[in-house]
Design a protein around this ligand. Structure first.
Ligand code: C2E
Ligand code: MG
Ligand code: MG
Ligand code: MG
Length: 289
């Protein structure tokens, strides 16, 4: 009996390994196809001012269709893009596409682009950005680059010198997912980022462990402000989270509560709807007599 169980367990193990490998091969094929057919898409998620709800810009987020009307999450296909050596090519396209799209938006709306550490390795990044700005006509101040803490750990000198070059072009630099890596206060302090984005995990913790989460958020926001950064909270889903973050003087909001990532074609309607809401709020706040 025990022997039988062992055999079954072994077979199950092999089956599940086979499934994992098959899924990986399928994903690699999808990525390969998307690279050769240039069928990646960018979706854009709004960023808002915390004090009055004005939209200040959008974060560009890469999308790969699963062929069935849905999307494969970037957390699973970006590592594959990196491993297959395609992240530079796709990353360059993201920069070109995002700047060209944002150039059509009303000023001073900004666009934020996420970068992988690999994109700093061949020394071409700054040239790509400069060229994309020139081609699109987008002013550098309307482009923001998002990097994570772990990227700075990997190759500090190389990465930070290129970030400084980007900054001297007028591009702003944000520290993304703050608090999830080896929180590198040293880098934050030395480099002088323009913006700190607090990771979603701290925001969602507000529902579960309010007291502690509030203290941590308070501390991070204070730290950001002391170091002359504006602070964005990611992943806001509830009014409660927004209220707490407003009371802690957080500058900018991003999350499903305000808008999901959407194709560029839907942005004009989104902006119009935002204007309408603000006008309705203003007229209901005005004295009636
Ligand atoms: P990120 O830069 O931290 O982007 C924010 C992620 O949070 C996005 O996930 C967004 O859809 C999600 N999000 C925003 N608001 C909410 C919310 O209220 N609730 C929840 N549950 N999620 C929310 P997404 O699009 O799946 O992207 C995941 C990560 O993939 C990004 O995290 C970024 O690190 C990476 N990524 C996306 N696009 C690119 C790209 O073009 N290049 C590179 N190198 N990385 C990218
Ligand atoms: Mg980001
Ligand atoms: Mg983030
Ligand atoms: Mg995040």
């Amino acid at each position: 009996q025990a022997k039988m169980d062992g055999k079954n367990t072994y077979r199950l193990f092999c089956d599940s390994m086979e499934d994992t490998m098959r899924a990986r091969l399928e994903l690699e094929q999808r990525v390969r196809d998307a690279v050769s057919w240039q069928s990646f898409e960018l979706h854009y998620q709004p960023l808002l001012r915390a004090d009055n709800g004005t939209c200040i810009g959008f974060e560009a987020l890469l999308r790969l269709t699963d062929g069935e009307g849905g999307f494969i999450p970037p957390s699973s296909f970006i590592p594959v893009l990196e491993a297959m050596g395609h992240i530079n090519e796709v990353g360059k396209w993201v920069i070109e596409q995002a700047t060209a799209t944002a150039a059509l938006w009303p000023e001073p709306l900004t666009v934020s682009v996420n970068l992988s550490v690999r994109q700093f390795q061949d020394g071409k990044l700054v040239g790509y950005v400069r060229e994309a700005l020139r081609k699109s006509g987008l002013s550098a101040g309307r482009l923001e680059i998002e990097v994570t803490e772990s990227m700075l750990m990997e190759n500090t000198e190389n990465v930070s010198s290129q970030l400084r070059e980007l900054r001297s072009l007028g591009v702003s630099i944000a520290m993304d997912d703050f608090g999830t890596g080896y929180s590198s206060l040293g880098y934050l302090w030395q480099f002088g980022f323009d913006k700190l984005k607090i990771d979603r995990s701290f925001v969602s913790a507000l529902e579960r462990n309010d007291r502690q989460a509030r203290d941590i958020l308070d501390t991070i926001i204070m730290l950001g402000h002391k170091l002359d950064m504006s602070v964005t909270a990611e992943g806001i889903e509830t009014d409660h989270q927004a209220e707490v973050l407003t009371s802690l003087a957080c500058d900018h909001f991003q999350g499903y509560l305000y808008g999901r990532p959407r194709p560029a074609s839907e942005i004009p309607a989104f902006l119009l709807e935002g204007k309408r809401k603000q006008m309705a709020a203003a007229s209901s706040a005005a004295p009636s007599a």
